[in-house]
Design a protein around this ligand. Structure first.
Ligand code: PMP
Length: 404
């Protein structure tokens, strides 16, 4: 075979494969080799999509809803998004302020494509969801990482925000409940950030609220746009049906916010995807407007799993779990394991070493904190059964007890 001459574009060379996809692939390989692995890497609900949502998709197929839809979605989906946003945030979005896409991820990506020129900066508080910096890089922007502290619950403070802003800043990314820490900002904390933003009108806020239904505190969720209506003309809110309705494979997300930005994203959609799947749109409309008991029940299950994971892993010497207020991840400080030696005599120098040790010695797959911009930590997803959590936690405890 002749060697293929292929050089990807600079934008592809600047980015890496998503570490969570890479970890998931590694788990699949090991499982295929017959190794029993407790998989704590997956960032998706283990539940099946609710039946009434599936029924809506089947009905869409049966009745011929199988054609291109408007770029900004079917009228039914737009109405469902409008009603949903009004119910949760009190804000009523006009059609020109709603865009839909193949997952919240695609909307986030296109937001950067639509707005960044070379050198434009995007402030990303760390720990962050793995994809933000690479999305910015792929779109010619510069990610500016703003570290957060345990003392502030891993939330950006007004001072840290002010320090990160330059004349080139276009966006501040906020993700709450956050992946990987589960941090949730109070309305007061959001207003503190907004006070700083009031001085910098060129900085817009991209608020990723994809986990807003998955909350453990009982305090409820305040979205960024809801907390600071005076900034509404520069806050873009991204959400979707993947997490709340166990619909990751349906690929349907949406964004709501300033009409000129939505028009720019829609223009890109018109030349790239045309529209998301008509069938997924029908399913998403049913999810957003139909019976919400699935959400309540799954959040109850996540809460039990969170409590069990925190209880078991707090008992492991050298680990300090960050108790999440939302989403379905547990981020653990593993500074106490750094410098220890494995039974084979190798030293655990980084959280990547810890992660590899857990995979090879305990058969437990987790993701290293460095993937999220914070070291030394690791993330487990507790979107899995309590039995699996107990098995994985016991294997981690055992592996840690063998370190010296
Ligand atoms: N934002 C965050 C913080 C996420 O964790 C994810 C999923 N891993 C997404 C966005 C994307 O979700 P989707 O594209 O499935 O809507």
């Amino acid at each position: 075979m002749s060697a293929v001459q292929f050089t990807p574009a600079a934008r592809v060379q600047r980015i890496r494969e998503s570490p969570s996809s890479a970890a998931a692939n590694r788990v699949r390989e090991l499982k295929a080799e017959g190794r029993p692995i407790v998989d704590f890497t997956v960032g998706e609900p283990d539940f099946d999509t609710p039946q009434h949502v599936k029924d809506a998709a089947v009905a869409a197929i049966a009745t011929g809803e199988t054609k291109y839809t408007p770029v900004n979605g079917t009228p039914a989906l737009r109405e469902a998004i409008r009603t949903r946003m009004e119910r949760t945030s009190g804000i009523r979005y006009h059609d020109s302020e709603i865009t839909v896409g193949g997952g919240g991820k695609q909307i986030l990506y296109l937001t950067f494509t639509a707005t960044l020129d070379p050198g434009d900066e995007v402030i990303i508080p760390a720990p962050y969801w793995v994809s933000y910096p690479d999305m910015v890089l792929a779109n010619d922007g510069v990610p500016v990482i703003a570290p957060t502290m345990a003392d502030n619950g891993y939330k950006l403070t007004p001072d840290a925000l002010r320090q990160a802003i330059t004349p080139k800043t276009r966006w501040l990314v906020i993700n709450a409940p956050g992946n990987p820490t589960g941090a949730v900002y109070t309305a007061e904390e959001i207003r503190g950030l907004a006070d700083v933003l009031a001085e910098f009108p060129q900085v817009w806020v991209l608020t990723d609220e994809i986990y807003d239904e998955i909350l453990f505190t009982g305090i409820g969720f305040t979205g960024f746009a809801e907390a600071v209506p005076e900034l509404r003309d520069r806050v873009f809110t991204v959400n979707g049906v993947s997490k709340a309705y166990a619909m990751t494979g349906w690929r349907l997300g949406y964004g709501v916010g300033p009409a000129p930005l939505v028009a720019a994203i829609n223009k890109l959609q018109s030349q790239s995807s045309s529209c998301p799947s008509s069938i997924s749109q029908a399913a998403a409309a049913a999810a957003l407007t139909g019976d919400q008991s699935f959400v309540t029940e799954s959040v109850q299950a996540y809460r039990e799993r969170r409590d069990r994971a925190v209880e078991l892993l707090t008992q492991v010497d050298g680990l300090r779990p960050v108790v999440p207020d939302g989403a379905f991840y547990l981020f653990l400080d593993c500074a106490g394991l750094i410098g220890k030696r494995t039974p084979a005599g190798t030293s655990l120098d980084t959280d990547q070493d810890v992660t590899l040790y857990f995979l090879n010695e305990a058969g437990v797959a987790v993701i290293q904190g460095s993937a999220y911009g914070s070291e030394p930590f690791f993330r487990i997803s507790f979107a899995t059964s309590v039995a699996e959590i107990e098995r994985g936690a016991a294997a981690i405890a055992n592996a840690v007890s063998r370190l010296s």
